[in-house]
Design a protein around this ligand. Sequence first.
Ligand code: UGA
Length: 435
Amino acid sequence: MRIAMIGTGYVGLVSGACFSEFGVQVCCVDKDAGKIERLRKGEIPIYEPGLDELVTRNVAAGRLSFTTDLAEGMRGANAVFIAVGTPSRRGDGHADLSYVYGAAEEIAQNIEGYTVIVTKSTVPVGTGREVERIIRRVRPDADFDVASNPEFLREGSAIADFMRPDRVVIGTESELAREMMRRLYRPLYLIETPIVMTSLETAELTKYAANTFLATKITFINEIADLCEKVGADVHDVARGIGLDGRIGKKFLHPGPGYGGSCFPKDTLALVRTAQQVGSPLRIVETVVDINDRRKKAMADRIIAACGGVVDGKTVAVLGVTFKPNTDDMRDAPSLDIVPALQKAGAHVRAFDPAGAHEAEKLLPGVEWTKDAYAALSGADCVAIVTEWNEFRALNLTRVKELMKRPVMVDLRNVYSPDEMAAAGFAYSSIGRPS
Ligand code: UGA
């Protein structure tokens, strides 16, 4: 089996490397010559645990290659995966499909024998059909089928998610294409991964439904957390108490500063737009989007309140700025709302992030970046844990207290317990728990 993976962003690179690990011949194609050059040298442009070794191993084995030349990448390919970006369009928040359609035109020109064209990027319902129309228009003679194969990878655990997924969703009407996809995913059949074979439109919608459901679940527990604070209840016990019900499930019930990242904010908004366009509005999701936006903005107020209502002239130490741990991704990270709001209120923000600082420096001007967590805390009036990197879970609290001007901690990820923080002598506030 041979495939071409168009786009070496997060999805394309991880999927391409993982397919090559399955024994498939994979050629990854990207227009960015600098990126392809770096990948050829074994330099991985994104931070994803395990990806480095996976790429190096498969390149050495001759199963994984990189090129800027689409024709070369597609030579002899049984399937071509479109894994280019689908950013939110400025103005209306809908997914910008220009890269997907551009790729379809170019793919059309290079189809040789029977080829399955698979959309892997998250694309609104109807995109696969449009890809089909484009290819048919450019190359009426081409022998091809289209399929949708959305990915459910989480940043930070993408390789495990690809290798041992809860399910694989494949949407196509063609039996030939189905057979091709079965062959590609053969190793997953061996471990009895459920494969949902369905239509193109259903597969496309399934991806959005999954992400919006998870975003809704998080938003639900975040609102319950706010209520817990008012009535003196503990959100973690509520989450456990409901999550043990198999119909609800334990996962994605961790309260926090609001969901961020490259997927949930973009996908919730895009689904809202699709639903509005076809006259079947998703009012729950509209509300989720609104609540989450407000929540991220409101987080700075918690920090200001913990500082006695005033941060003007004070130093706030921020630990973690990426949207979640084990990534350097800053897209829609809560820190992008929190830090500027603190600065606007007059605070001096000193921050540390194990991986995100390089990216964040451009996005968060005026922040003083430090080399480690303790340097950020030194002389600070308050410390806010914004991303739950493991190294923030085991801070030496005695040292933290000695270093800070005042022992005040706002824990937006609930990595510490109110009891241990009280015992350590901190004024401590967290999310949804009696303090
Ligand atoms: C998400 C989905 O989990 C993947 O299944 C999907 O493939 C991916 O989007 C995508 O569409 O490409 P990801 O954005 O990498 O993956 O990150 P998650 O681990 O899902 O976290 C998303 C956000 O939700 C983060 O800001 C995280 O802090 C927040 N979150 C997550 C919570 O606040 N509470 C939770 O209990 C879980």
